[in-house]
Design a protein around this ligand. Sequence first.
Ligand SMILES: Cc1cc2nc3c(=O)[nH]c(=O)nc-3n(C[C@H](O)[C@H](O)[C@H](O)COP(=O)(O)O)c2cc1C
Length: 165
Amino acid sequence: MTDDELKEIKSAVAAITYGLYVVGTASGGRINGQTCNTVFQVTSEPVQVAIGINQRNLTHDLIMESGVFSVSVLANDGHDLVRKFGYRSGRTADKYEGVPYFTGVTGAPILEECLAYLECRVQKELCLNCGTHSLFVARVEAGGVRNAGEPMTYAYFAATKFGKK
Ligand SMILES: Cc1cc2nc3c(=O)[nH]c(=O)nc-3n(C[C@H](O)[C@H](O)[C@H](O)COP(=O)(O)O)c2cc1C
């Protein structure tokens, strides 16, 4: 493949649309979470979702340990949350400090400010090591709609991140 062909492929991939979420997890009394755009439904019966997580992330380590995670759907004014959970690692900061959250059946933290949330249990046999990232497929054990509003998209965040606090 030539450099030009690769560039064209990357441009095509960049046209895929995403939402933005905070994936939270808990293991051994420790909680952490990260911004994530790679969240999608895989099946509806049973309800299963998948997430793509970089193997270097603390969130990855904790999900590997406990097998649980939450997905908090961000509103389109959630720029500060995207930054707080996406621009630094829980290895060096307590990202939940000053951020209201609650826990449900899995113990993974769920943001109070979310529009909706899912609580998920990883189906180990369905997960994949994809090199830099892992694909975690999980059964949704609980969920709910919390607040009205428009969901944040990756494109909207990218277009407004310098214009909004
Ligand atoms: C807009 C945005 C989208 C992101 N999407 C993903 C993603 O889908 N998967 C991923 O592993 N990291 C993603 N990240 C990066 C992580 O949020 C980031 O590396 C985070 O600091 C990891 O934190 P942790 O080490 O506390 O787990 C995204 C970051 C931003 C700002």
